[in-house]
Design a protein around this ligand. Sequence first.
Ligand code: F6R
Length: 369
Amino acid sequence: EKGGYDYFMLKEIAEQPKAVADTLLGRTDGSGSLTLDEVRIPANVLREVGKVVIVACGTAFHAGLIAKYAIEHWTRVPCEVELASEFRYRDPILDQQTLVVAISQSGETMDTLMALRHAREQGAKVLAICNTNGSTIPRESDAVLYTHAGPEVAVASTKAFLTQLVACYLVALYLGQVRGTKYADEIRAVVRDLGSIAGAVERVLETMEPVRELARSLAEKDTVLFLGRHVGYPVALEGALKLKELAYMHAEGFAAGELKHGPIALIEEDLPVVVVVPSPRGRSVLHDKIVSNIQEIRARGARTIVVAEEGDDAVVPYADHLIRVPVTPTLLQPLVATVPLQVFACELATARGNEVDQPRNLAKSVTVE
Ligand code: F6R
């Protein structure tokens, strides 16, 4: 049932192009418009939404962090993202105009379930993004947008994460489409671009051998740091989480702009630092800033592992290892940039002799608080 792969995780990483394509199926069309009738929250209700609040745990929370950039940009509606385990204990401000989005692969995560119950008690509308048909979270929500990743068996989430991102982009674009914003043209263009993402993920997967080799060479290390900016920041957090849970290594993700506010003190000779570089187009200011971050850490001895878009030549002189990802619209970059970090963590775990599909102390679905 592992389809010829040694681990479910490898199989699930490989299934990502299909998972992404299946999650888009029937929801977008070539003309750049979206059909999300299944969401069942009427357009007039969506037009009245004054705030979006995303609640989730772990990897699903990282998808939520990325969604915030997309939602606020395309809809101009304020969006908060909160760990479900923190949310209901701080008396959050919710009302009928609040759209709460609960993201969960399993649909059974207790913290996320309790957060959505709390939100509904306060009168908020809840939309679930979920991978498991008929599970508790979608059953208790006002509406659900299913991700079509197929069953995810490995404890560490991979294909579910990519499809959560796709679902989040769909929600953001749909909200923008329904409400009408000055970004209408951009929204149509991105909907069309989504169609090429599965192919882009496929291309990333075809170029992973050097990443696996690099991972094996780092098996004796104690620490790996991850840096990113903009949507690359949650990607850095996700890369670090994968490494913690699979390789049992000390791994931390930082916003690159925070380096000089503390984390740069951690940089020492030969410390591996993965840097997720935003596109040189779009957010070019951020691109230039992260290039100087790479220079700064390299000058202090870091071994730089740079994830950058094809054709981004500015990073080449400062990258000890360069991992290329295809050109995508800025906000969609996490769909391709996360994949090498999954492969990296999986290979490091294998090299360290760890149980890839069933890391110690972890459960696939956390049904207790
Ligand atoms: C990490 C991982 C966990 C889950 C988290 C939420 O690889 O799998 O962090 O993402 O426990 O689970 P769901 O999405 O089922 O609510």
